[in-house]
Design a protein around this ligand. Structure first.
Ligand SMILES: [Zn+2]
Length: 393
């Protein structure tokens, strides 16, 4: 089955070619009056609409904008309960601290698989409707062997991008015995979770895990064939970025407080810095300066970090709008970070771009320009979504 999407007024490919690059070597690879041919689950052809090949069906984009499906490389979607009261208190002046995670742990342990599954699928539907076609999902609200295993198993039902985050925070029953908990995470818990996961993650932060503890967690995961990614420098500066770079992590996430040495280390590395604008928005923390990172040639991703504590949005368009307004990214940079950047943060070469051979994950906007994603915050601007070549919205 071949589907031609034609009459695309503005096509963001993230795959520039010399003859098509706008303004000479633009990273976004913008084409006008373009068409995209989908063959099965892949993109078969991209080019000027006037040269488009034949297809079994044709979709008229009516001059509107088409972008790659969003790649959300950081989420925590399997949990019970919510923390609306905590959010409300925070908006009235209470400070955010990592320990709030424990209240979600109790609700998650109490929930059945089916309750968690229904919730998870609801979030995924919400995300798809807003243009997100790939989602990474972390565990981390179980913090005991049985519940962590349930969380990675449920996540693996819906995505290949599953992250074991047993080292999210030290659970209440291990208070003041962090090293004992790390022993559990790197032993019995890892044994139970590794078969369902691709990634190992740790929250390397004051109030969560120290640098030596984080190293133990990541190295144990690597030894089991998992690939590292790290939560760090969210609440203050620390050594997490350098640990992530040293261990070849695919991504360090948050990076709200980065030193110049951190930025230099990231710029010379394969590690992506994943910005989470929803977190600063809903914790009232200062925003990291994305301009500083991009100008230093750090690869940047944007993700929603959907979770009940620090960022309960699932909307990539919202995060793009915040990144543009408050992190000083251009709209084109923010969309690149939310697509190709997310793919790099997941070490995926088959998504995040619109080019022959890539997965046909596409988002048709209601507007003629991608700029509307930041210009019209909060407005539903996604008209149609294709996931693996199938019209999903
Ligand atoms: Zn997170």
């Amino acid at each position: 089955m071949k589907t031609l999407i034609t009459n695309i007024g503005e096509l963001t490919t993230n795959a520039p070619t010399p003859e098509h690059a706008e303004g000479g070597g633009d990273l976004r690879g913008t084409l006008h009056d373009a068409a995209v041919l989908i063959d099965g689950d892949r993109i078969a052809w991209v080019g000027p609409a006037a040269d488009a090949p034949d297809a079994d069906e044709t979709v008229d984009a009516e001059g509107r904008a088409l972008i790659p499906g969003f790649v959300d490389s950081h989420s925590h979607l399997v949990f019970g309960g919510d923390r609306a009261a905590e959010f409300e208190a925070r908006m009235q002046g209470q400070k955010y601290a990592a320990g709030g995670i424990r209240s979600t742990v109790a609700a998650t342990r109490a929930a059945t698989d089916e309750e968690l599954r229904i919730r998870l699928r609801g979030f995924l539907d919400e995300m798809l409707a807003q243009g997100t076609t790939t989602v990474e999902i972390k565990s981390g609200y179980g913090l005991d062997v049985a519940t962590e295993e349930r969380l990675v198993r449920l996540a693996a039902e819906v995505t290949p991008e599953v992250t074991f985050l047993g080292a999210h925070v030290v659970p209440a029953e291990y208070a003041d015995r962090g090293d004992d908990y790390v022993e559990l995470v790197t032993g019995e818990m890892l044994d139970a979770c590794a078969p369902h996961a691709k990634w190992i993650d740790v929250f390397c932060e004051t109030g969560a895990f120290t640098v030596p503890q984080s190293r133990r967690v990541l190295e144990a995961g690597i030894a089991r064939g998992l690939q590292p990614r790290v939560h760090a420098s969210q609440l203050g500066p620390g050594e997490g970025v350098r640990l992530a770079v040293e261990l070849g992590a695919a991504s360090i996430d948050h990076g709200t407080y980065l030193t110049d040495d951190d930025v230099t280390a990231l710029a010379g590395s394969e590690t992506v810095l994943t910005l989470l604008p929803g977190v600063e928005f809903s914790t009232r923390q200062p925003y990291p300066d994305a301009r500083r990172l991009i100008d230093a040639d750090v690869t940047v991703a944007i993700a929603c970090d959907t979770n009940p504590g620090s960022s309960f949005t699932s909307s990539m368009p919202f995060c793009i709008a915040v990144a543009v307004r408050d992190m000083r990214m251009t709209v084109a940079e923010a969309i690149h970070a939310a697509t190709a950047g997310g793919a790099a943060a997941l070490r995926r070469t088959d998504i995040g771009r619109i080019a022959p051979g890539m997965r046909a994950d596409l988002v048709l906007l209601k507007s003629q320009s991608r700029v509307h994603l930041a210009y019209r915050p909060g407005v539903p601007l996604v008209d149609a979504v294709w996931k693996d070549g199938v019209r999903a919205v």
